[in-house]
Design a protein around this ligand. Structure first.
Ligand SMILES: [Zn+2]
Length: 272
């Protein structure tokens, strides 16, 4: 829900959850500068066959609305919900890891939404964004609940707390945290998971920043290292990566450029 529309009652409700359940995340220390910039010795052009497109870093928001329904790349993940194919398998892994630990059945309340469907709930569901501005149009967001714990009550469940603390290990972020309401412009939504992929989710979580802020930290044309990964934001049609990068993936960056990332193969120089 856009912040401007939030009533005082809504705000007080949110603070109840903030103090009772969300405090660990609000108080959580922010880790700074996890990305270290470097200059690769040798670069090579990434061939199509060496890389997999994975548009998990696109922005859909008030500033970046979509104008068309997604026509391809959707897969069914339960009896009624479609998800972007990039997210389907990571979502299955995340849900089963959480259900195994918390012993609560997780239900999807919403994943992919068409523009027409968003129009039908806008103004009816108080949390629904304007048509075109919902991340659900990308198929990369999933709203979840467990029995008796939906929407803001979700954070009161074991599953809600587990997701807040662990979803990043599986490539997901709580896209609209309570501490970032002013920065995202969206009300706290502990149930709204957004797939951004590994390692980006861990960087966003540990640095305690929003997806927008994460994308801003990546300067075009530069290379960064984090935990065995190489990450780079690039413009143009020829993507380049260091010679030793493997499992390369790339995502559109919503500005006509790309985010490229891959695993660094360990150096053999220490072997004799
Ligand atoms: Zn949602």
């Amino acid at each position: 829900m856009p912040l401007a529309k939030k009533s005082l009652k809504n705000r007080l409700m949110n603070y109840k959850y903030y103090y009772t359940y969300g405090l660990f995340d609000v108080m959580r220390k922010r880790e700074k500068s996890l990305l270290s910039a470097f200059s690769p010795e040798t670069l090579h052009t990434v061939a199509d066959c060496d890389a997999e497109r994975c548009d998990c870093l696109i922005l859909v928001s008030e500033a970046h609305p979509v104008t068309q329904d997604k026509e391809a790349g959707l897969v069914l993940v339960d009896e009624k919900n479609f998800a972007a194919e990039e997210m389907a398998e990571p979502l299955r892994v995340l849900i089963s890891a959480c259900e195994e630990t918390c012993a609560e059945k997780i239900l999807f309340t919403s994943i992919y939404r068409t523009l027409a469907f968003q129009s039908s709930i806008y103004g009816v569901n108080p949390f629904a964004a304007r048509p075109g501005e919902s991340e659900h149009h990308s198929g990369l967001a999933a709203d979840i609940k467990v029995d008796g714990y939906a929407q803001r009550r979700f954070i009161m469940s074991g599953t809600g707390k587990w997701m807040a603390k662990n979803a990043h290990r599986y490539g997901f972020i709580i896209r609209y945290p309570l501490w970032a309401e002013k920065r995202t412009g969206v009300d706290y939504e502990p149930w709204h998971l957004r797939y951004v992929g590994i390692p980006h989710a861990e960087l966003i979580y540990r640095q305690k920043i929003t997806l927008e802020e994460y994308l801003e930290t990546l300067e075009p044309g530069r290379f960064y290292r984090f935990g065995g990964w190489v990450i780079s934001r690039q413009t143009g049609n020829r993507l380049a990566m260091p010679q030793n990068a493997q499992s390369i993936r790339y995502s559109a960056d919503t500005r006509g450029g790309w985010i490229v990332w891959g695993k660094e193969r360990p150096s053999c120089s220490t072997l004799s």
